[in-house]
Design a protein around this ligand. Sequence first.
Ligand SMILES: N[C@@H](CCC(=O)N[C@@H](CS)C(=O)NCC(=O)O)C(=O)O
Length: 244
Amino acid sequence: MSAPYRLYYWPIIPGRGEFVRMVFEDAAVPYEDVGRMPESEGGGMKAVAAIMKGKGEGFPVYAPPILDHGTVRIFQTANICRYVAERHGLAPEGEGPRAQALSLMMTVMDVAAEAHDTHHPVAVSRYYEDQKDEAKEAATAFLTDRLPGWLAYFEAALQRSEGDYLMGRSVTYPDLGLWHLLEGLAFAFPNGFARAVADHPALQKLHEVIPRRPVLAGYLESDRRMAFNEHGVFRHYPELDEDG
Ligand SMILES: N[C@@H](CCC(=O)N[C@@H](CS)C(=O)NCC(=O)O)C(=O)O
């Protein structure tokens, strides 16, 4: 029997951990969500904190999400998604396409990081309430100057693909990541996102079809899927949205 997958991520937010869950869930691969397990079973926040920032035994990892798989311990969201997807049929075949898929996933995570920084433009270590004015400025710049370009890029990537998905006719992990990114942006900036995505038919189609995938649909409708909230990467502060 192969070693279990153990995902370490904060239990109270979907956050970056959700990009990894999307891959496990779509591939119907069992995994232990350690941060969401009881402390009595070795889970919870403490278990996550115990191995981050180079603590704990073995390969030093920095920030969650972190994945343990037997003797393999890795971090960085895009890299974890790649690792799982390549083992479970959600990555393209061949070295070149696999490297391209990783480029796409890393770009998804770049946009997620910029979306996060709209509510924490001064310092991640300080409260949103202490940087609200700067956050408004950053969110306006993100929605005006940055988001249109990111979405136009992904639209072009989908249009140029030989199929309906980023890497061709089959869903691969960057499609799942892009879908979750679109969900997060729609939650955080309902007005700004609706305007930005309006003239991007391929993105709209991807946004519609991914949640219809039979296995994934079961997860998305279940209470295992955590709702977005005001602690995670994507936060809805109405005052930061367009016309907010
Ligand atoms: N580039 C990393 C960023 C990881 C990250 O920022 N993780 C957050 C949670 S989403 C965290 O807990 N960071 C702790 C810290 O930086 O101190 C990735 O994509 O995984």
